[in-house]
Design a protein around this ligand. Structure first.
Ligand SMILES: Nc1ncnc2c1ncn2[C@@H]1O[C@H](COP(=O)(O)OP(=O)(O)OP(=O)(O)O)[C@@H](O)[C@H]1O
Ligand SMILES: [Mg+2]
Length: 268
């Protein structure tokens, strides 16, 4: 890419507008095919007089279809980073540029529209509505994207089928196992056809084998549908499903790369 092209890159224009200064190394790292670009991103929580730094000056680019896992000890800033990218928390400094848009400038309706169009979340505790069946829970997200009732029902069935839960469509969450609930949550997240799937500790409540099958499922469907995934996990055994692993410690990115998984190369 020529320097002239770089100057015209919308991401750089947005940085200029927000007076964010980049080091030379930062600019050279901006790939033209980036879907998510994060620059100088920090989050400091304030608790009364105390400032809690949760994320320090993060910089990275994620291209479309990449499956990125975020690892690190408890309190290292994983959820904070995910929430910032998902626009459910606001940063203290920096820029998050998603598909040509600086989302840190968004609020209210604009942010809601952005989230509807681009994002789906899967949380650790499934967050299914207890009074709706598995099928109705999956249908729910499609109500947000204006699909007619008949199409909605069929698509909800298709997604439940994709996560191999057709036979449980009419069960309520309380009538499902933890792994099954998490699969419903995945079907629900996918039914929206998001560009980006944000997943926070999807296996925290599950045994190793079930957790493995859940993450494998996310990886397979994401690859099939070209969905970009950012997934937070504590589980070393799951890193084999990542294209790339970003490791956090005390709010700092201490490694970022495509690292072959093996027993010796473990992330602490
Ligand atoms: N709303 C908040 N107010 C104040 N401090 C917060 C808030 N949320 C998180 N923190 C602090 O920010 C830091 C990062 O928290 P975060 O939730 O991102 O960690 P995490 O890596 O997701 O941890 P875990 O693996 O336990 O989920 C921690 O020190 C935490 O105490
Ligand atoms: Mg967390």
């Amino acid at each position: 890419m020529s320097t002239e092209n770089l100057d015209n890159h919308p991401f750089l224009k947005a940085l200029k507008e927000h007076n964010v200064t980049l080091k030379a190394s930062d600019t050279s790292e901006i790939p033209p095919d980036s879907l998510i670009s994060v620059r100088n991103l920090s989050k400091v929580y304030t608790l009364g007089d105390i400032e809690v730094p949760a994320l320090n000056n993060a910089n990275f680019d994620i291209c479309k279809g990449q499956i990125v896992f975020i690892v690190g000890p408890s309190g290292s800033g994983k959820t904070t980073l995910l929430n910032l990218i998902g626009g459910i928390d606001s940063c203290t400094t920096g820029v998050i540029y998603i598909d040509g848009q600086d989302i840190t400038q968004y609020s209210g309706k604009k942010l809601t529209r952005f989230r509807k169009r681009y994002l789906s979340f899967v949380f650790q505790f499934y967050s299914l509505l207890p009074t709706l069946t598995a099928l109705e829970n999956v249908e729910l997200t499609m109500e947000l994207i204006d699909v007619d009732r008949k199409t909605m029902r069929q698509k909800a069935r298709d997604y439940l089928d994709m996560v191999e839960l057709s036979s449980r469509a009419n069960n309520f969450p309380s009538q499902l196992s933890g792994g099954e609930r998490q699969r419903v949550a995945i079907a629900r997240a996918l039914a929206k056809k998001p560009s980006i799937l944000l997943v926070d500790e999807p296996t925290g409540q599950l045994d190793q084998k079930t957790g493995d099958s859940i993450v494998r499922l996310i990886q397979q469907i994401a690859k099939q549908e070209g969905i970009t995934v950012i997934l937070v996990t504590h589980d070393q055994e799951l890193l084999k499903y990542a294209d790339r692993v970003i490791q956090l410690r005390s709010g700092d990115i201490i490694s970022d790369g495509v690292q072959p998984y093996n027993q010796e190369n473990r992330y602490a």
